[in-house]
Ligand binder design. Structure first.
Ligand code: XUL
Ligand code: CO
Length: 438
């Protein structure tokens, strides 16, 4: 039985279409720089938002109308959600999806029962994957929702909570592998702290590293070839999260010997909460060789929390795709819509409008980014800013042929530096606008 009987498969109708249930830009097989849009974008749908968000917020109860969901915690209801999810994925032409263990299956009375519930639901995922050819981009474990993780999971002051989290991730890795997942994501959840007075930070960080090493080791042991990701987020729920931003995460990975096994999963709204733009985070990770995957969403600059809105700002998607393409595009990762419809957008059809908007915004951004790259105009302007490094003293510094003493002599003799040239930020912005609208 169909959960969305009035909605047929969403088709590409081109930029002139006025059909709100059609793609205007996302044409999955269209080639951009010789690669299909589908492969450039690797869109994934987040099970937790699409199937589990019911509209509750700190001030009010559920608003969402979901006729297929009986609201119970039964395994049967969980299995049925999976079938509805795949109907949605198929109608939206999603090549991928992502999940947390606890979104897809209910906890049982014991850990053993919980694992059995998970297996029962994973069986349906497997059937639906085989039926549709839709794949798992990455899996993850929810190590933050249950009260047992009140002090964190890998960084908990309670060693048993660490052990429970390890058991949970062991199982989540097995399930991710069973479903052919291309990756596994760590998001800290409660891995952080509120007050230094009651916190042994060094010990907590050591534990977090030990935990991630155990995961990497176990993945090797069972032959899981997926890419591990670490997802930065600066606050919410804890005040000081250990995975604050890409710089903090990469420092952690390098310090603890995890740099070869883990890349970044960068989320727009998390970047902005850290006081960065998502472009900054993508470029930083890319420049350090850690660009893995993206949780695509948007925040609200007037609200200081993680609103997880759908991304519709084509400036933002253009800049994101420009940077992602600069680093060679996604290898294992993709664009996972870690985004939810607003509490007031409570009808099933809103799930379609939301994802169509996000996918079209990225498809349009991809096309503009490709035009920018083809012309080389911005790149050339940026390169020209650094012309002083191409010869003379700049080239010698880059080649490691100068030191403080030689530079002291150089400047002493010269007396003053070559005149600076304008940064021309406004001109750069004008050029971008020309590509946005022409
Ligand atoms: C939370 C968040 C998570 C991670 C996966 O803010 O982004 O959903 O993406 O745990
Ligand atoms: Co996320």
């Amino acid at each position: 039985m169909s959960a969305f009987p009035e909605i047929s498969k969403i088709k590409y109708e081109g930029p002139d279409s006025k059909n709100n249930l059609a793609f205007r830009h996302y044409n999955e097989n269209e080639l951009v720089e010789g690669k299909s849009m589908r492969e450039h974008l690797n869109f994934a749908c987040a099970f937790w938002h699409t199937m589990r968000m019911n509209g509750t917020d700190p001030f009010g109860s559920a608003t969402m109308y979901r006729p297929w969901d009986d609201g119970s915690d039964s395994v049967e209801n969980a299995q049925n959600r999976v079938r509805v999810f795949f109907e949605f994925l198929e109608k939206m032409s999603f090549p991928f999806y992502c999940f947390h263990d606890r979104d897809i299956a209910p906890e049982g009375a014991t850990f053993k029962e919980t694992c059995a519930n998970l297996d029962a639901v994973v069986k349906v995922f497997k059937e639906e994957q085989d039926r549709t050819g839709i794949n798992l981009l990455w899996g993850t474990a929810n190590l933050f929702g249950n009260p047992r993780f009140m002090h964190g999971a890998a960084t908990s002051s309670n060693a048993d909570a660490f052990a429970y989290a390890a058991a949970q991730v062991k199982k989540a890795l097995e399930v991710t592998m069973e479903l052919g997942g291309r990756g596994y994501t760590f998001w800290g959840g409660r891995e952080g702290y509120q007050s230094f007075l009651n916190t042994d930070m060094k010990r907590e960080l050591d534990h977090l590293a030990a935990f991630m090493h155990m995961a990497v080791d176990y993945a090797k042991e069972i032959g899981f070839k997926g890419q591990f990701y670490f997802e930065p987020k600066p606050k919410e729920p804890t005040k000081h999260q250990y995975d604050f931003d890409c710089a903090a995460c990469i420092n952690f990975l390098r310090t603890y010997g995890l740099a070869d096994d883990v890349k970044m999963n960068i989320e727009t709204n998390h970047a902005t909460l850290a006081g960065h733009t998502v472009e900054h985070e993508l470029d930083y990770a890319g420049s350090q060789g850690f660009l893995g995957s993206v949780d695509a969403n948007a925040g609200d600059m007037l609200l200081g929390w993680d609103t997880d809105q759908f991304p519709t700002d084509v400036y933002m998607t253009t800049k994101m795709m420009y940077i992602i393409m600069k680093y060679g595009g996604f290898k294992t990762g993709g664009l996972n819509f870690d985004a939810k419809v607003r509490r007031e957008s409570f009808e099933p059809i809103d799930l379609f409008y939301a994802h169509i908007g996000g996918m079209d915004a990225f498809a349009k951004g991809l096309k503009i980014a490709a035009k920018l790259r083809a012309s080389g105009e911005l790149k050339e302007m940026t390169t020209n800013r650094y012309a002083s490094w191409n010869s003379g003293i700049g080239a010698r510094i880059e080649a490691g042929k100068e030191d403080f003493k030689s530079l002291f002599d150089y400047i002493t003799e010269k007396g003053e530096i070559e005149a600076n040239i304008s940064g021309r930020q406004e001109l750069f912005e004008n050029v971008l606008n020309r590509y946005m609208f022409d």
